[in-house]
Design a binder for this molecule. Structure first.
Ligand code: FAD
Length: 551
């Protein structure tokens, strides 16, 4: 970019701030001005729930940078409390309203970057504007919640929405001593997971005295006694609360783009190409306001996450300064911790595969310890791996557990980025010492099981068809385990008796084999296949059945 060029950036947090800083590192010459309508730039919105919960003590700790630092480090001018109200594409100008002074003025650009983010959804329900109903996006929002709690000392809260902001707020409110009810319209918490993988998380929340109300949408808010809010739901229930947090999702801020006639995508977010360029060659857009494409399915999607926003900002900066850079799309790698349990996911989940019309995939479940069982303190991770039936390409993974879910999903996320197969996971060389993992890490285990499936050594049955199947159900756990709990209708032949008793099994029916977590049923299947039986595994055994499929 030659001298005297101007780059203007709308929105100074994740996408906008990283774009600005990267621009300067790549090119010293342009004038760069960053506008934000809020009082801060470059703040840690991901830290806000923990600031409300006083885990992060001071407002200052949320500030990653400041206008002064931008000026001194990067020679970038930051204008806060400056709302961009119009884009004049013909003249290549934007109009800015100075929110402190009230005046509007214009600035010329050679390149314009939009990173206005996404705003919390606030449906037009009766009573939505009652005091005590809060959203959480900015530092001022979080201060309002803190002040409300300090002044009113509520004992109860309703969190509307069981996604990651809802769950993080739940954790922090519980830690502040509030009794929390989550009201969620879907049949599961954490919609980024498949329903059965969200089940262990929902049960965990209930053990922490969080009431989880699923499949019940909020219908109205009413004023209750003593300043309480009554949250009324579609099913007719009423939850009283001293505080309500609305966390039912976000919608991309596209007003500026729409008024300027920029093209939107199928999801309603701003359409961009791989260089983050919009339909106007002088305007780039990044972050929560843009439409992405799902790397696993190719389907257009909206992926409002901090990591992608930061990386997209860098791509836009490279593109503006004439460097090579390409956005790879969104993989949807997420993690959310709530009261001692974490849920993480990457790539496609089964819901997304089905919605994209992709059917030639397989799924396996496993429930390994986060580290070697013989080392004290091992806890279980529930894992699901999705992969292509034909060539074993890894499509997605989900993990839920008290420890170690993050590490496994990060490894699998990288594998997906590199186009890896289950055979690569099987062979991955991962760090191991007893307190950190296992010689066969859960990632290796997932790869080994899935590789057995792709090679044809381990045919799979589908848990979701258990109710309707007329297959013969075989449980190969010990008699004691079987007597403790078992799937209705199973026949118990312990693995250790199978070689003597296999002739008791039918040769004219499919046999679905289960055990505790999948190991003994695998041994049984290898034996029975070689004896000519038509056998399939119920993946992950009874722990999948009880842990993930509540019947
Ligand atoms: P934002 O960071 O929202 O920044 C947009 C900025 O643009 C805002 O400051 C806004 O005021 C400003 N703006 C908008 N319109 C205008 C205008 N017309 N003129 C001037 N300024 C304007 N993601 C994760 O990956 N992990 C997490 O743990 C996580 N936790 C989160 C917790 C909370 C409470 C929230 C709210 C979000 C969380 N996110 C998390 C999401 C993540 O913060 C966003 O994906 C990311 O910040 C998006 O960056 P962005 O630049 O697109 O938008």
């Amino acid at each position: 970019m030659s001298d005297s060029k101007r780059v203007l950036i709308v929105g100074g947090v994740a996408g906008g701030a990283s774009c600005a800083a990267r621009l300067r590192r790549l090119d010293e010459s342009p004038e760069i001005i960053l506008f934000d309508r809020g009082p801060f730039v470059s703040f840690a919105n991901c830290g806000l729930p923990y600031y409300v919960g006083k885990v992060i003590k001071k407002e200052d700790d949320l500030l990653v940078s400041s206008p002064d630092l931008f000026k001194r480090y990067f020679n970038i001018e930051v204008r806060t409390e400056s709302e961009v109200t119009l884009i004049d594409r013909e003249r290549r100008e934007i109009e800015i309203k100075d929110l402190a002074g009230g005046k509007s003025y214009r600035e010329r650009y050679d390149a314009l970057v939009l990173s206005p983010g996404a705003s919390p959804v606030r449906p037009a329900l009766p009573g939505i504007d009652l005091p005590g109903i809060h959203i959480l996006r900015t530092i001022p929002d979080s201060n309002r919640i803190r002040e409300w709690i300090a002044a009113r000392k509520p004992e109860t809260a309703v969190v509307v929405g069981g996604g990651f902001i809802g769950l993080e707020m739940t954790e922090n409110l519980v830690k502040l001593g509030l009794k929390v009810t989550i009201v969620e319209a879907l049949a599961q918490v954490m919609p980024a997971l498949d329903p059965e993988m969200a089940e262990p998380l929902a049960r965990h929340l209930e053990t922490k005295r969080v009431q989880v109300e699923l499949e019940d949408a909020v219908a109205a808010f009413e004023e209750g006694e003593g300043g309480e809010i009554v949250v009324k739901t579609a099913s007719g229930r009423a939850h009283r609360a001293g505080l309500v947090i609305l966390a039912i999702g976000v919608k991309p801020e596209v007003e500026l783009a729409v008024e300027a006639g920029l093209e939107l995508g199928e999801t309603g977010a701003i359409r961009v190409d791989e260089a983050m360029r919009t339909s106007d060659p002088h305007i780039w857009a990044v972050g929560d306001a843009v439409e992405m494409w799902d790397v696993a399915t190719g389907v257009r999607c909206h992926a409002p996450l901090a990591g992608p926003a930061n990386r997209q900002g860098r791509v836009a900066a490279a593109s503006i300064t004439g460097h090579e850079a390409r956005c790879r799309g969104a993989q949807g790698t997420i993690i959310c911790g709530c009261l001692g349990m974490a849920a993480a996911a990457t790539g496609a989940n089964e819901k997304r595969l089905r919605a994209a019309g992709i059917t030639d995939y397989e799924k396996i479940y496993l429930h390994p310890g986060n580290h070697s069982g013989y080392y004290p303190g091992s806890t279980r991770i529930h894992m699901k791996l999705l992969f292509s039936r034909e060539d074993g390409k890894v499509l997605g993974a989900q993990a839920v557990g008290e420890a170690g879910a993050d590490k496994r999903i990060d490894v699998i996320s990288t594998a997906i980025q590199l186009g890896a197969t289950v055979f690569d996971l099987e062979d991955a060389e991962l760090c191991y010492a007893p307190q950190f993992g296992a010689a066969k890490d859960p990632v290796n285990m997932a790869g080994m099981i899935a590789a057995n499936v792709v090679r044809g050594d381990l045919p799979l049955a589908d848990w979701s068809r258990l109710e309707e199947t007329d297959a013969f159900l075989l449980d190969v756990r010990t008699r004691e385990e079987y007597l403790r709990d078992h799937i209705e209708g199973v026949v118990n032949i312990p693995l250790l008796e199978l070689r003597e008793r296999y002739e008791e099994l039918p040769r004219d029916r499919e046999i679905w084999v289960s055990c505790a977590v999948g190991q003994r049923s695998y041994y049984s299947i290898r034996f029975l296949l070689q004896k000519g039986f038509n056998v399939k595994q119920l993946s992950g055994g009874i722990v999948t059945y009880w842990g993930c499929y509540p019947i």
